[in-house]
Write a protein that binds this ligand. Structure first.
Ligand code: ARG
Length: 594
């Protein structure tokens, strides 16, 4: 199953070979001028120098050889030697029929599946999420789905931040405030039964407590050195295995995770694994020994480091600190040990880290250390960085109170706006409250995610809920609305007893829609290669627009004759199928009606 663009590239390649031209320039792409052509080749210009011939002459030669090709209705030469192709209605009809008959709507698969691990989300116990976590979750989820759809074996891991200083802070804050908790700690310290203690802890620690304690404790630690030292000490005790602290910690982790999982799920973000930074803890000692054996670990001012700088670096990359001078394991060490763990358990052939661009150096250090130590093959670890979601002031988005956003609040805020918008658009009026709520939720998720995913991930963008939730323009709600329109046409046709039939591409709007459908695989491959879901978002938007124009120009149920109606119904169904696949890849969902 090959798209037209590749079929044309193949044909053009054969001609280039025939003419003794370098075939790597034979690539055919979608036309920059859809008003003039469907596809184009710029190869004649590219090879003119090598062939020592004017490009136009070369183009004429190519045209001659391609004339009469069954895919083509016409070949024109424009300007200095652009070759413009227009495919025949028959070729397009065949291709669109193929897409209509295909469960994957024309999308290809990888030749050899790889094991791919995607590290994304990266929320932390008790610490509120910031926009970096939000974007990581949205983008990472889409990349996971895109990789899986192309046929790879993919695992998504939340890499839960459950092991840092914030754990010590929480331990100190919680036991200071609550005498009962302090008593439980003493009870365990004196050898009391863990299961009994755990039951008490379960009653004493809930999410509200963590959310209340953490910000206060974090602020206090900034000013109060004694407090900070106690929290550090508690962190170290926890990490070296003090049972009582482990027991508190387990509850912190469970409570946070349950809440986070629910909120992520509301955004259609679901992780396969919730491994934590803590899972790397037991591997650290062996890893340090191994690094020492390999002569990679160097003592430096009381710390243990791995030098990762290379001679050709443009600026100096600091070493990876494996053990700090205070003896605690560092973020970099944890990530390196996590690679060891992943290798043992899943042995990924590709490791993608979807994390804020600001952590680029950290990952470069970890990856280089992993390559040096032989924990991963050179080039198999990749940092998928992204820009920030900004407030109107151009700085990373904060709530009105100036705090970092809580995922929960963001979702609530977006849901409220979505409800307003749906009502305003005169939609959902005759629906039951439950069905209405479901629609508002879907609109909210689509609004938030599409606003993010339509940008190339490296680009920062401004948070603007009014614009994101509008049913007009390049927005998630617009896309959902178009999908719902197709669904309602198909439903009505079925009610009136009209079946679909063989597709026949004739009208310009049918041709345009057909060409868009044909472009899905190219968009998918680009998104896959570049780890950039915006190519899918772009395609979905084009497809929604293409359908809308087709629907305006070509009556479906009111088509002039039964065959045309059957063809248009099949075309609409194909568009819907592809659109829904694209939605799924982006992690959004269309309701059945609005
Ligand atoms: N928890 C980290 C943070 O909040 C992000 C984790 C990213 N993933 C990783 N393997 N380091 O910054």
């Amino acid at each position: 199953m090959t798209d037209l663009r590749r079929q044309l590239t193949d044909a053009n390649t054969a001609v280039f070979a025939d003419l003794g031209l370098p075939v790597e320039y034979a690539r055919v792409t979608a036309s920059d001028r859809p008003d003039l052509a469907d596809f184009q080749s710029n190869g004649a210009m590219a090879v003119a120098k090598i062939a020592r011939q004017p490009p136009r002459e070369i183009a004429v030669g190519i045209r001659e050889k391609l004339t009469g090709h069954p895919l083509l209705a016409s070949i024109d030469i424009a300007g200095v030697g652009f070759i413009n192709f227009r495919v025949s209605d028959t070729a397009l009809t065949n291709r669109v029929q193929q897409i209509a008959d295909d469960a994957r709507a024309g999308a290809g698969e990888v030749k050899a599946a790889r094991r791919v691990l995607i590290d994304y989300g990266g929320p932390n116990v008790a610490k509120p999420m910031h926009v970096g976590h939000l974007r990581s979750s949205i983008i990472g989820e889409a990349i996971k789905r895109i990789y899986r759809f192309r046929g790879d074996v993919v695992i998504g891991d939340a890499h839960f931040g459950d092991w840092g200083f914030q754990m010590g802070l929480l331990i100190v804050a919680a036991t200071d405030e609550n005498k009962d908790l302090a008593d439980v700690v003493t009870f365990i310290d004196k050898g009391g039964d863990i299961a009994t203690a755990a039951k008490a802890i379960d009653k004493l620690i809930d999410l509200d407590l963590l959310e209340r304690l953490y910000p206060v404790a974090a602020a206090k630690a900034k000013e109060d050195t004694d407090y900070r030292d106690r929290a550090r000490k508690a962190t170290a005790d926890l990490q070296s295995g003090r049972e009582a602290y482990r027991a508190l910690w387990r509850q912190f982790v469970i409570v946070s995770r349950v809440a986070l999982e629910r909120e992520f799920h509301a955004l259609n973000v679901d992780f396969d694994l919730w491994k934590g930074e803590s899972d790397a803890n037991d591997l650290l000692r062996d890893m340090a020994e191994e690094l020492a054996d390999k002569k990679l670990l160097i003592a430096d001012q009381g710390a243990q480091i791995v030098r990762v700088a290379r001679d050709d670096d443009k600026r100096e990359l600091p070493p990876l600190i494996v053990v700090s001078s205070e003896g605690s394991a560092m973020y970099g060490a944890t990530d390196l040990a996590t690679i060891v763990d992943r290798r043992k358990t899943f042995d990924p052939e590709l490791l993608l880290y979807c994390v804020d661009q600001r952590q680029a150096d950290h990952f470069e250090q970890v990856f280089r250390a992993a390559y040096l130590a032989g924990y991963a093959a050179e080039g198999t670890c990749e940092h998928i960085g992204f820009g920030t979601m900004n407030g109107p002031d151009g700085k990373p988005f904060k709530t009105r109170e100036g705090g970092v956003l809580k995922l929960h609040d963001l979702i609530e805020m977006t849901n409220a706006k979505a409800r307003e918008r749906v009502k305003e658009a005169g939609l959902g009026a005759e629906l039951e409250p439950e069905a209405f709520e479901d629609i508002a939720r879907k609109v909210a998720v689509a609004a938030l995610k599409f606003a993010d995913l339509q940008n190339y991930r490296g680009t920062s963008y401004i948070f603007d809920l009014d614009r994101f939730t509008s049913f007009e323009g390049k927005t998630g709600p617009y896309l959902l609305y178009q999908a719902v329109r197709v669904k309602s046409v198909l439903r009505r046709a079925a009610e009136e007893g009209h079946a679909d039939g063989p597709i026949q591409i004739r009208e310009p709007a049918e041709r345009d829609l057909g060409l868009i459908l044909d472009g899905f695989d190219a968009a998918l491959m680009e998104a896959y290669d570049k780890k950039a879901p915006n190519f899918i978002a772009e395609h979905a938007h084009k497809l929604a627009q293409g359908f809308s124009k087709f629907y305006a120009a070509c009556p479906i149920i009111g088509a002039p004759d039964p065959d045309t109606r059957a063809s248009r119904l099949a075309l609409a169904a194909a568009a819907l199928k592809q659109l829904e696949i694209a939605f799924d890849l982006l992690g959004i969902e269309a309701p059945d009606r609005m």
